[in-house]
Ligand binder design. Structure first.
Ligand SMILES: [Zn+2]
Length: 270
């Protein structure tokens, strides 16, 4: 439970905080250039995301197409299997008809030679029937896993298609949001650029281009926080005065000094 303090004390605290608010004592140019850096960082992130989304979509679509092809191949194999099975059934029927006709002829055989000839033919046809039957068994055992694969792939593909559609929708929405955020940032950027003293803006642009997009650095504990070079004492003092825009003597980035935030300790009841 926090103690309620008298209104006068709260006002005093608010004033104190405002007086030591970070960036408050900064040069206007410096404040603008810091915001510019924030905007440029955010813009770079947005651009990265905007260009990464179509790549992601095309990757998941490619995977989907590969799965569709595999399913088509399995379906084709299953269809070929069923076609051959039908052919075997038809062959058996043909041979059976031949056999029954040959049996009739056998009954009418005039000589032993004729009889044996018919018998040989019947045996040949029976052997053909057995061959077809064996092949049918083979085809059946092959069709079982194929059939299972096709059914499983059909179900999986249906789910995958829905997933890809959902991801595409998310990507479309995200891209639209990103574009909107980008437009807003670009508008603010334009306003900031119009407000900065041109040489400071040019300095920022030149260094940012040279230094992977980072043209501004905070001075922390007497060092440039980006290149980590220790600042000369006099330079540090000039920077703290905040009377001019200074650049790191090592990396060239525009430096700013951020006074430590006043920590108001509630427990102390100041
Ligand atoms: Zn530096």
């Amino acid at each position: 439970m926090r103690r309620r303090e008298p209104a006068t004390s709260r006002n005093w605290r608010r004033w104190k905080l405002r007086a030591t608010l970070r960036l408050e004592i900064m040069l206007p140019d410096l404040k603008l250039v810091i915001r510019l850096q924030e905007i440029d960082n955010r813009l770079a992130d947005l651009n990265r995301e905007i260009s990464a989304l179509p790549v992601h979509i095309s990757e998941i679509e490619k995977k989907l197409i590969a799965h569709e092809r595999k399913l088509e191949a399995d379906r084709a194999a299953l269809a070929a299997n069923q076609k051959e099975r039908k052919k075997c059934d038809a062959d058996i029927q043909t041979q059976d008809q031949k056999i029954s006709k040959l049996k009739d002829q056998t009954l009418q055989a005039k000589t032993n030679d004729q009889y044996r000839a018919f018998q040989n033919e019947i045996e040949f046809c029976q052997a053909e029937v057995r061959k077809s039957e064996d092949r049918i068994l083979e085809l059946m055992s092959e069709s079982e896993p194929l059939d299972r694969n096709v059914r499983a792939a059909e179900a999986a593909l249906k789910a995958e298609k829905a997933e890809v559609e959902a991801e595409k929708q998310v990507a479309r929405e995200r891209t639209a949001e990103d574009q909107k955020a980008k437009a807003d940032l670009l508008k603010e950027r334009g306003e900031i650029v119009a407000g900065i003293t041109p040489p400071v803006y040019q300095r920022y642009t030149r260094i940012a281009k040279m230094r992977r997009g980072i043209g501004v650095a905070e001075a922390v504990d007497g060092r440039c926080s980006v290149c980590n070079m220790a600042l000369r004492l006099q330079f540090s003092q000039d920077l703290k005065k905040g009377e001019q825009v200074l650049s790191c003597e090592s990396c060239g980035r525009i430096l700013y000094y951020n006074p430590p935030q006043a920590v108001v300790d509630d427990a102390a009841g100041a």
